[in-house]
Design a binder for this molecule. Structure first.
Ligand SMILES: *[C@@H]1O[C@H](CO)[C@@H](O)[C@H](O)[C@H]1NC(C)=O
Ligand SMILES: *[C@@H]1O[C@H](CO)[C@@H](O)[C@H](O)[C@H]1NC(C)=O
Length: 390
């Protein structure tokens, strides 16, 4: 393996941070040629464009924390996975979403075996492939463990699920164990020049590095993602204009800024289960208290640069379902819903999904969201717009 000497040990974003930069952006790589990454505003040349329905709406269903593969050596582990598959096969044909998000912790990686850990991805993709619905995933802290990595899960998903829009960030972006940073354009109608909605996906890493000498992995979105995000939004503004687009963002571990919201929740304004008290490990950069604040570079870049960001959506804390407005950045945060029978929790919390329905391409239009339980019961419905939780 040869590495271009000029790129050695230079964080990738530093090589293109200079304002005088005129070349196409260059990311450091560890492969022979060195890859020049030019931001591509058509990231899926070989896949169908994702569009709103002809009635002008667009529905997203979010599965979260599926936690497949728990305790394969006893009875209840495999039973949990069978129950989770049943939930997916109940929800998908009933909700008929236009897009599905799997928001991290697909697998309880610490219970898996080196030789077959990614076969759990095949199981999860079964109901998705049957539903023939476009989708993509983020990965969580349990997806980085001694016998599994985020990258392995993504590669396996792309191999077995033809409708996957999951991508990896350019080399040098995301940090070790944090490859899953990307965006997906959604068009109002198929021949539109510019997308009406950008779905952003971020990798909050966490968990442990692979192999025998497994070490903790940083539990926040890396600062290199902030530089990449600024670059991508600038390119989008140049190509499509700065206005008229809305966005929705997904990241497995909640940004640390949302921890303070829990003290101000109002059951009428912020309905939904609130059974997990947020503390160390519940939000980004809090597993080790010395890391506190390390997600702020990304958080600031996201909330400043992504216009009409309708919400940021996380899982990780299985007992929470609420949405609330973070007043400093003036952006709405929503927990999604624990979908997997695996993972910690309490059966009284129930299992389900979060739905979002865009009713118009207008970024100011109401955005409906609610929790749907496996039984079909709906709860915690709110309308996300400029009046929500102000
Ligand atoms: C990883 O896989 C190996 C080989 O199957 C197994 O011996 C080990 O117990 C697994 N788990 C961990 C945490 O290493
Ligand atoms: C993986 O291999 C282990 C050990 O042989 C086995 O117990 C487990 O059921 C297998 N898991 C899957 C998902 O095939």
């Amino acid at each position: 393996m040869r590495i271009a000497p000029s790129l050695l040990f230079v964080p990738a974003y530093l090589t293109w941070a200079a304002p005088s930069q005129t070349l196409p952006f260059l990311f450091a790589t560890d492969n022979e040629e060195g890859v020049q990454f030019v931001s591509d505003l058509n990231p899926y040349p070989n896949k169908p464009r994702i569009t709103f329905k002809s009635d002008g709406t667009f529905k997203i269903t979010v599965f979260s924390d599926l936690h497949f593969g728990e305790n394969p050596w006893d009875d209840w582990g495999p039973v949990q996975d069978a129950n989770s598959l049943k939930l997916m096969r109940t929800v998908l044909p009933s909700e008929r979403p236009d897009y599905v998000v799997i928001n991290g912790d697909l697998i309880t990686g610490e219970n898996t075996f080196r030789e077959n850990s990614t076969s759990l991805i095949d199981e999860i993709m079964g109901p998705i492939n049957e539903a023939k619905v476009p989708f993509s995933s983020t990965q969580g802290n349990h997806d980085n463990q001694a016998n599994i990595t985020h990258l392995e899960e993504i590669q396996r998903e792309l191999r077995v699920a033809p409708m996957s829009y999951t991508r990896t960030a350019p080399k040098g972006v995301g940090g070790a164990g944090g490859e899953g940073n990307y965006w997906v354009p959604v068009y109002y109608s198929i021949h539109d020049k510019a997308p009406a909605l950008i779905l952003w996906f971020f990798d909050s890493r966490g968990g442990f590095s692979p192999g025998k000498n497994s070490q903790p992995v940083d539990d926040w979105v890396d600062a290199s993602v902030a530089r990449w995000l600024e670059h991508e939004t600038r390119r989008m503004d140049e190509a499509w204009g700065p206005e008229g687009r809305q966005a929705l963002a997904f990241v497995h571990i909640p940004p640390h800024a949302v921890q303070a919201l829990q003290a101000t929740l109002d059951p009428d304004t912020n309905p939904g289960l609130n059974a997990d008290t947020l503390g160390g490990g519940s939000t980004q950069a809090t597993v080790d208290s010395d890391d506190l604040g390390n997600d702020e570079v990304w958080w600031t870049a996201l909330t400043k640069n992504v216009k009409n960001l309708r919400a940021i959506v996380s899982g990780h804390d299985h007992g929470n379902e609420w949405c609330a407005r973070e007043p400093t950045a003036d952006v709405i945060f929503c927990f999604d819903k624990h979908s997997g029978y695996g993972g910690y929790g309490d059966h009284s919390w129930d299992f389900g999904v979060r739905n979002f329905v865009f009713k118009s391409p207008d970024p100011g239009a109401p955005l409906d969201t609610w929790i749907r339980l496996e039984s079909g019961v709906t709860r915690a419905k709110v309308v996300l717009d400029s009046n929500f939780d102000v």
